[in-house]
Unconditional design. Structure first.
Length: 518
């Protein structure tokens, strides 16, 4: 985790550094250890001071500040921040939502200090809009939807059109899963995570609710606990695809076979093949499942077309990284048994996943692969994951970590659960959480590009690399780059709402090239 020589808020830029992420249980342990190592009230004072410091940085010209404080230690952090801003000469009003007599000890001390400093307090939110609002209502470990006065304060915060700074987490957001706990959830422009980054800030609803994420470790040393997840970063791509030697040739960079493209869907397979070429695979072969489909890609003639390679050319399939399912339709079911039996590296996407969910025999074949030393990456979106888990997409989205982990453990493979904050889970390994990407990727074919590029990256990794680790690294690197390309596209054209799949391939090549990878 990046560290500073002293405690200060650091901006968490999407995927430019490797950050550790900790769930509620781990964060509680780290917090307890820090409290034991500091004098009473010292940690809350540091937290509130950090909030005040960031407030001054994100709204340096603010004259009126409203701090909404809740009934726990998150509210105490807000009271310390409000007092610090008041002492700095700003016009601050604090609202305490809760019973002052029932505050925890540190928060009671923070309230006493605020009262002694003459901080203006009001039982109700201000009528006039402030220049800056601070959400210190609820923090770590909230599991119930805010109600009553808390919900009313959230409504007021969300009506405010200026900057809103959330303390640790936006109130109403589940810290582990990133789901909104109810209709009332603060939509912040900035969130300052304290001590640790929480998974919910980066997945499901979290990225929409948290805004720009910052962290202050409050000067606490790196914890000895293993993280719940690592944030994917550009180093994943650099490590997966180091710079090529001048003496390299196409035989060193792997073969990719794309199996898909049933009648009416040949474009999906061709997009995957183009992406594999863009990623730098040495050779790419397209096995269309539509026998009447085209025999050449006129825009990418370097892609070679084969007929029923999965049946007729067992040696080629066994020596290649295979991407199966893009536009596969029902026809993909005929190819899957042979591919599951033969492929050392197999990416299963789209209709291949639907076939696995529908046919128990195929699922059993998938389960047997790990024991035979064959590696698989599944790339479901939430609905495809729901079919594999025999549930619905809402259940998957309610706990994306649990869904990804369950699938990875059940099938002994890497699972790339797509969506906002894509997760890359693998048995016995720390999950990777991707912080890049945006809604410009919500267009047809971008998932085919992801699967094909993943195959192209994986094909270039050494054959003797740790199978599971290499598969997870290839998936993490590809997912990071996929999102990064979309982020750069939107930065260059802020009004752009959608990024077509073909344009995405070019954007990914540009983004990879700027890092000297691929």
């Amino acid at each position: 985790m990046p560290k500073s020589s002293h405690s200060e808020p650091q901006r968490v830029l999407p995927g430019l550094a490797r950050w550790a992420v900790f769930d509620v249980a781990a964060s509680r342990t780290i917090e307890s250890q820090a409290l034991a190592a500091h004098p009473p009230h010292a940690l809350m004072h540091a937290a509130g001071t950090a909030v005040a410091r960031l407030a001054l940085a994100v709204a340096p010209h603010a004259r009126q500040v409203w701090v909404a404080c809740g009934p726990g230690n998150n509210g105490g952090d807000g009271l310390v921040a409000a007092t610090a801003l008041h002492r700095a000469g700003m016009s601050v009003m604090a609202t305490l939502v809760g019973d002052a007599a029932r505050l925890p000890a540190d928060a009671r001390q923070a309230l006493a200090d605020a009262q002694q400093a003459g901080l203006p307090m009001s039982p109700r939110p201000p009528e006039d809009a402030p220049d800056l609002a601070i959400d210190a209502l609820l923090g770590l470990g909230t599991t119930r939807a805010p109600a009553g006065a808390l919900a009313e304060a959230i409504v007021r915060l969300n009506q405010f059109r200026g900057p809103t700074l959330a303390v640790d987490l936006p109130t109403g957001l589940h810290s582990d899963t990133g789901r909104r706990l109810g209709e009332s959830c603060v939509r912040a422009t900035h969130t300052l995570a304290l001590l640790t980054l929480k998974p919910g800030l980066f997945t499901a609803d979290g990225r929409d609710q948290a805004g720009q994420i910052w962290i202050d470790d409050l000067g606490v040393a790196d914890p000895a606990l293993p993280p719940t997840a690592w944030l994917a970063c550009r180093d994943d791509l650099r490590h997966a695809l180091p710079l090529r030697a001048h003496a390299g040739h196409k035989g060193r960079y792997g073969d990719v076979v794309v199996v898909g493209g049933a009648k009416g869907m040949t474009g999906a397979a061709m997009l995957a093949a183009r992406a594999a070429l863009g990623a730098g695979a040495g050779r790419v072969l397209i096995n269309l499942l539509d026998a009447t489909g085209p025999g050449v890609d006129v825009l990418f003639p370097e892609a070679m077309f084969r007929t029923a390679a999965w049946r007729a050319d067992a040696a080629q399939v066994a020596a290649s990284t295979v991407v199966c399912g893009c536009g596969g339709g029902q026809a993909v079911r005929e190819a899957l048994p042979a591919l599951l039996a033969r492929c050392p590296r197999l990416v299963l996407d789209a209709d291949a996943l639907n076939a696995l969910a529908a046919e128990a025999a195929l699922s059993r074949q998938l389960d047997a692969r790990a024991g035979r030393g064959l590696q698989t990456v599944l790339t479901p979106h939430p609905l495809e994951a729901a079919r594999l888990l025999d549930t619905d997409a809402a259940a998957v989205q309610s706990d994306r970590f649990a869904a990804a982990h369950t699938l990875a453990q059940r099938h002994g493979c890497v699972v790339l659960l797509k969506g906002s904050g894509s997760l890359i889970a693998a048995p016995g390994r720390v999950t990777v959480l991707n912080p890049t990407g945006n809604a410009a990727l919500a267009s047809g074919g971008t998932g085919d590009v992801l699967a094909g590029w993943l195959g192209g990256v994986w094909a270039q990794m050494p054959a003797d690399a740790d199978g599971l680790a290499a598969a997870q690294q290839a998936a993490a690197a590809t997912t990071w780059l996929h999102g990064r390309a979309a982020d750069l596209a939107v930065q260059c054209a802020p009004g752009q709402r959608s990024l077509g799949a073909s344009a995405l391939i070019a954007a990914m090549r540009d983004a990879a090239g700027s890092l000297g990878a691929g």
